[in-house]
Ligand binder design. Structure first.
Ligand code: ARG
Length: 669
């Protein structure tokens, strides 16, 4: 505290009264905390109210005319006195200081107006310092957090839910890093389950090695779609045949009901069409099918569900650790991961670990099942093990923990995975970034951890989000992340080309179009509260106007151009004469920049990227108003330097916020 007061004094101000170190404050890193420490140090002796009540009562305001901080006197809970009177009395009694320009009473509010010079002299050099840490904090130092996000399913499309998880999870990871945490990023792939048996059967009959190498994600998806549809047709006809069999035998036993007769007739009538469909599907899988090619009306062929049988046997072999079955699956997994890695790289996302459902050991799952059993939490129904959550919660229902054939389940795997992660990383907090459709699943998972009495169970967080409606490519087919990014890039490129003069200046238009396109995709996702559903809208996304990603990029590149044209050095800017920044709009911009460290803390509290997005729009809108008033070109050098220092600070904060959100700011576009 003394060192800080001395630093303020070194900037040419009277050494301020400051509250002794408080864990809630970080006044060296956060300029608003300096003012909090100061105001509280003044108010505490005057009011007799404890600092930990005063501190949270100091609130920032939206409009500068309301002050930089306001305090609603009733929040101090002083009995017997009229808040309005107290406000007036205190406003008059607060000693003059260099940090505060004035303190006024308005109704029962106290309004504090900062001395803008303090902010300029203190904060601009902080922002402009080499390797600036402005906005960072140390609240997470020594703590480790796991962020699990994206987690797509191999061989199924990377859908909007995965995209949102990727964007939000990437942001939360970076945010925690800025706040000093050690962050472990995990991608928990959907890479295990019966569908891999099916996929293997499909791949063996009609997959292509070359296609797999070239484009694993699309190829596996196509294989899966085809084999899955053959598998469904096969099930439909097998079901119809089974209905015929049981109906016939019931009728033979004397059942004369009309209803049953109709059921039989319907099933028999459906056979020709179902056969046609099933044969067609099976021939797509294997055009030279020895049985079906010659007997296109052979319904009986499907009776035992040959594809299903083979797929099950294949997956059973995988579960039993059969190396040859695992080898093909591993290739699917490895190739998909290397493809995903490239796409994630495009979004600046790197994982500490690609884990997945397949990586959870049978021992861990057995361990948690035994634990639950020991605690008498499970009951058996037809050989399966279940838990009834009713005694602990109304909403959680029942859940299957182990199937009768011993096969494990999504939920049990997740429980085993969490335990393994704790053993490996000893995290202080674990965040699951998963769509709100899985609210129940995560609530059940967290409850199970609690019932297992894992000491870390209380450190779980599910960060959920709403759905995206109507997300498809511009041509209307299923979306793969890459396709979306490719299309946005092209669309951006077309927009950029319209301004020929500017376009010629851009060295690598293709890369710039990609980065601007990515900003469009990301910002339209992060603009509103996570939980809101939104409609995917190409036209809104590709706009350079309004609150879009391209607009932020444009604002950044324009600030770069102001800086380029003026050509001052950083040292010149840091040592500028800030007393010349007298215009209210300059003060307003400074006020906004000062809020950045607080904005990051708020974003961490709410886990809402929109907190940062709205802040950046407020910042860029204010910068844009400054352009009409705070000219740099054609001004005296001293004034130009001071103004540029302010613009540069704005650019640094904008850049820092954009990177935090996962964007790569461009310098020209
Ligand atoms: N792969 C899952 C899906 O696409 C998401 C996984 C979420 N994470 C978890 N630990 N369950 O639906």
């Amino acid at each position: 505290v003394d060192a800080l007061a001395a630093r303020v004094a070194a900037l040419g101000f009277a050494s301020p009264a400051l509250l002794p170190a408080s864990p809630a404050l970080d006044p060296t890193a956060n300029p608003l905390d300096l003012f909090r420490a100061h105001i509280t140090a003044l108010l505490h002796p005057l009011t007799g109210v404890a600092p930990d009540i005063i501190l949270p009562s100091l609130e920032t305001t939206l409009l500068p005319e309301r002050g930089d901080f306001v305090l609603a006197v009733p929040r101090l809970r002083i009995k017997g006195a009229k808040p309005d009177e107290l406000a007036a009395q205190w406003a008059a009694a607060i000693p003059a200081s260099d940090l505060l320009a004035k303190v006024t009473a308005k109704g029962h509010f106290l309004q504090f107006f900062f001395n803008p010079l303090v902010l300029y002299r203190l904060t601009i050099p902080h922002i402009l310092a080499e390797n600036s840490t402005f906005g960072s904090s140390s609240i997470g130092n020594g703590k480790r957090v796991i962020v699990e996000f994206s987690s797509p399913n191999i061989a199924k499309p990377f859908h909007a839910g995965h995209l949102r998880s990727t964007i939000i999870g990437g942001f939360l990871s970076s945010l925690h890093e800025r706040l000093g945490y050690d962050v472990i990023r995990i991608n928990y792939l959907g890479d295990w389950g019966k569908q891999f048996g099916l996929l293997a059967v499909g791949f063996k009959t009609f997959g292509s090695e070359t296609e797999l190498e070239r484009d694993p994600i699309n190829h596996l998806f196509r294989v899966y779609v085809t084999v899955n549809s053959a598998h469904s047709s096969e099930k439909e006809i097998a079901d119809a045949l089974a209905t015929i069999d049981t109906s016939k035998s019931t009728i033979e036993q004397g059942d004369k009901s009309e209803e049953l007769a109709k059921k039989l007739a319907d099933a028999e009538a459906s056979i020709p069409d179902l056969t046609k469909a099933a044969v067609a599907a099976a021939l797509v899988l294997d055009p030279n099918h020895p049985v079906l090619k010659d007997n296109p009306n052979d319904a009986d062929f499907f009776r035992n569900r040959p594809i299903d049988t083979e797929a099950k046997a294949y997956f059973k072999a995988m579960e039993d650790g059969d190396e040859s079955a695992l080898a093909l699956w591993r290739r699917f997994r490895d190739l998909s991961i290397s493809k995903y890695t490239k796409t994630y790289e495009r979004l600046n996302i790197h994982y500490t670990e690609y884990s997945g459902e397949s990586q959870v050991s049978n021992d861990s799952m057995q361990f948690v099942i035994d634990l639950l059993e020991q605690k008498k939490l499970l009951y058996v129904d037809r050989g399966a093990k279940l838990i009834d959550f009713k005694p602990y919660s109304k909403k959680l229902g029942k859940a299957l923990i182990q199937k009768s054939d011993g096969a494990s389940l999504y939920l049990t795997r997740d429980l085993g995975a969490a335990m393994e992660r704790y053993n490996k990383y000893k995290f202080d907090k674990m965040i699951y970034v998963v769509a709100a459709q899985q609210d129940l699943h995560l609530a059940q998972l967290f409850k199970l951890m609690e019932l297992c009495e894992f000491p870390w169970a209380k450190n779980m967080q599910h960060i959920n989000f709403g759905m995206v409606q109507g997300m498809s490519t511009r041509r209307g087919t299923v979306v793969f992340l890459d396709t979306i990014l490719e299309e946005t890039k092209q669309a951006m490129h077309e927009v950029m080309k319209k301004n020929e003069a500017k376009y010629d200046q851009v060295e690598n238009p293709d890369d710039v179009a990609d980065l601007v396109g990515i900003s469009a995709v990301m910002i339209q996702d992060m603009s509103a509260k996570r939980i809101n559903n939104y409609k995917f809208d190409w036209s809104r996304m590709l706009s350079f106007e309004g609150d879009t990603g391209p607009y932020l990029q444009y604002a950044h590149s324009r600030l770069c151009s102001v800086e380029r044209r003026a050509g001052f050095s950083r040292t010149q800017l840091i040592n500028a004469n800030f007393d010349l920044l007298t215009e209210p709009i300059a003060q307003e911009l400074m006020r906004i920049l000062t809020q950045y460290p607080d904005v990051l803390l708020n974003a961490a509290r709410t886990s809402e990227p929109s907190t940062v997005v709205s802040f950046l729009f407020k910042l860029t809108h204010t910068v844009s108003s400054c352009y009409n008033i705070l000219w740099v070109a054609g001004q005296e050098e001293e004034l130009a330097t001071a103004r540029l220092a302010l613009y540069c600070s704005a650019r640094e904060v904008l850049k820092s916020g954009m990177i935090l959100l996962g964007l790569t700011p461009v310098e020209r576009m």
